[in-house]
Design a protein around this ligand. Structure first.
Ligand code: FE
Ligand code: FE
Ligand code: FE
Ligand code: ZN
Length: 186
C-alpha cells in the first residue's frame, strides 16, 4: 500500500493495531497461566476480555471505513511477545517471574498507548469523530491496565520477588562475607 495521505497512514496504523491486538488475544491466556499471584492472573484474564472489546471497536471502525482490517503484521508486538515467551522459558522463581511478566506486559501496554494515541489524533484531524471516541476509549483502557500493573507491582509482586531472593541466601551469613568469598573464587 502506498502512503499518499494521512488517511492512508490512518488505515495502515489501524491495521497494525488490529494485528497487534490479535496477537495479544493469543498471548494473554499464556501469560495468565504463567502467573503465580492470583491477582496478577486475574489482571491478565480481565485484560483479555477488555482486549476482545478493543478488537470489536477496530472491526467497527474498519466497517465504517469500508476497509479490511487484515494484511499487516505488527512485528513490534511480535518482538514484545517473543521477549515474554523467553522469560517464561527461564528457570525463574515464581514471584520473580511474576515481576518479569509485569515488566513485559507494561511494555506491551505502552506500545499500544503510543499507537492508539496516534490513530486517535489522526481520526480527529480527518473528521472521524465517532472513531476518535472509540479509539480514545481503548487508549483509556490501555492506560488503566498499565496503572493496574504498576499498583500490583508496587503493592505485592515486586516485594515478593525481592523476598524470594532473601529466602535463597544461605542462613546467618552476612553480605560482606559472601562478597569476599566470591572475590576469592575469582
Ligand atoms: Fe489492547
Ligand atoms: Fe506495530
Ligand atoms: Fe492492552
Ligand atoms: Zn505507564
Amino acid at each position: 500500500m502506498s502512503l499518499d495521505s494521512l488517511h492512508d497512514l490512518y488505515v495502515e496504523e489501524l491495521r497494525d493495531l488490529y494485528n497487534a491486538e490479535s496477537q495479544l488475544l493469543k498471548a494473554l491466556p499464556k501469560m495468565a497461566k504463567a502467573a503465580s499471584a492470583p491477582e496478577l492472573r486475574a489482571a491478565f484474564e480481565e485484560h483479555l476480555a477488555v482486549t476482545e472489546g478493543q478488537v470489536e471497536r477496530l472491526d467497527q471502525i474498519f466497517e465504517s471505513l469500508g476497509e479490511r482490517p487484515t494484511g499487516k503484521k505488527c512485528v513490534a508486538m511480535e518482538g514484545l511477545i517473543e521477549e515474554g515467551k523467553e522469560l517464561m522459558k527461564e528457570d525463574a522463581a515464581p514471584a520473580v517471574l511474576d515481576a518479569a511478566l509485569i515488566a513485559a506486559a507494561q511494555r506491551v501496554e505502552h506500545y499500544e498507548m503510543a499507537g492508539y494515541g496516534c490513530v486517535r489524533t489522526y481520526a480527529r484531524l480527518l473528521g472521524f469523530d465517532d472513531a476518535a471516541e472509540l479509539l480514545q476509549a481503548t487508549l483509556n483502557e490501555e492506560g488503566d491496565a498499565d496503572h493496574k500493573l504498576t499498583e500490583l507491582a508496587e503493592s505485592v509482586i515486586n516485594v515478593e520477588a525481592e523476598e524470594e531472593g532473601e529466602e535463597k541466601e544461605p542462613p546467618r551469613r552476612p553480605a560482606s562475607k559472601r562478597k569476599s568469598a566470591a572475590g576469592r573464587a575469582r
